[in-house]
Design a protein around this ligand. Sequence first.
Ligand SMILES: CC(=O)SCCNC(=O)CCNC(=O)[C@H](O)C(C)(C)COP(=O)(O)OP(=O)(O)OC[C@H]1O[C@@H](n2cnc3c(N)ncnc32)[C@H](O)[C@@H]1OP(=O)(O)O
Length: 443
Amino acid sequence: MSFDLQGFPADSEALASLAARGLDYRLVDPRNAAAAAAWVEADFRGFHHARPKQIELDHELGVIADRRVHGVYDSTIVDPAIPVATVSSWPTGLSVPGGRSVDAWAVSSVTVSPTHRRRGIARALMLAELQNARAAGAALAMLTATEATIYGRYGYAPAARSATVFVDRRRVHWVGPDAPGRVQFVDAASIREAAPAIARRAVARTPGEIDRWPGLLDRVLGLHDADSGRSRARRVVRYDDERGQAQGFAVFHVSREPNEPGVAEFDFLAAATDDAERALWRFLVEQDFVSGTRGLLRSVDEPLPWLLEDPRAVSFSDVVDHLWLRVIDPVTALTARRYSAPGRLEIEVDDPIGIAGGRFELVVDEAGRAEVTALEHTDAAASAKGVRSIRLGVRELGAIYLGGVHPSVLARAGRITELAPGSIAAADAMFAAQRAPHLSIWF
Ligand SMILES: CC(=O)SCCNC(=O)CCNC(=O)[C@H](O)C(C)(C)COP(=O)(O)OP(=O)(O)OC[C@H]1O[C@@H](n2cnc3c(N)ncnc32)[C@H](O)[C@@H]1OP(=O)(O)O
């Protein structure tokens, strides 16, 4: 999605509603070093992080150079250059079932200073971001949330979960296939050039993953602050296939207690093929002098238990909502993904914020490809025709979009209404995803 991030002004409604509270809502120019640094300072404070070191600040300034960054300013405080609220956003691809990527709008860095909380600042920022997403032509807006109670009111819903996986070293006996290639240690800097292409292919394999940005790869490889203790503890391994082509890499470190075996911990594994995924997992779980391996932000549907003789070597904990989606343009969003069963379904979407509401006809062919049309008529007419038809809110549409939540579960929760017999069963079959949606990074 090509889009000029600085090319349109700050949202006029947010501007007016914050001005009415004596606050100034501004688009921050990331090339203005002082303003951008003050914004980063507020962002770090908002998330209760320590003040950034210069090297971290420089890294963050590089990241926000590719983002649309807003701050809210209060001219009456001691340091009015530091915003009392922050938000950043950018257009990026979201992988959907079937392997395509849909244009989406990522929202991040939502903070409001504790001195200014609960007076509607976040609300103004979040409504503005929906308008930004629309202006950018995004089919969906998306975010990862610190707390699950903040974003539903703007139409977001959890659409992909993640889990912590722990593998008990003593019980590891690999029974999966041997990978034809090999795993080797590589220097973090040496893999940086190949990393974007591997990550891109890995992202395309899994619905729910989003495009990686350069600063993220620098950070996971520890290159943004190479001399820090954290970065120096990181080790990088790469999987090369039988032809010597790099197909995946993982970044891990071993946490140590004196004279005790440590735990191999990782939160970044990019595998472009099944062989790479298996080989990297095998390397990570078969280390010696560790009590186990812990992977963060892993899929709830990892194949790992099926690769070990003792599936109970693997435990899943902290299964949480992770990726939150907000449908902006139902026709584009619903057309982008592939479906698991053919059929015809009318979907009535209620959107209290007035962005994505309406009635839509989804017709899926034998290959799982969809044609989606916005309809004019009412549900009474649809059910009279005997057409399979459901009614749901925009949040529920976001929840089922990637196939991570079954429509029948939301129907049982009273959150989807079946307007004609068989419609929920049809929706379950159509929206099912071959691979559980999963997002393995924070953004
Ligand atoms: C995508 C991301 O960046 S996730 C990061 C979110 N940010 C953080 O966790 C940092 C710490 N928290 C904060 O900075 C603030 O508490 C924010 C940004 C979450 C909320 O900012 P505020 O300006 O206080 O929110 P605002 O006054 O606009 O509240 C809007 C609504 O959200 C509700 N709300 C706000 N924060 C929370 C919360 N943490 N938990 C539950 N409800 C909340 C309010 O009660 C209000 O509800 P209403 O619409 O029913 O009246």
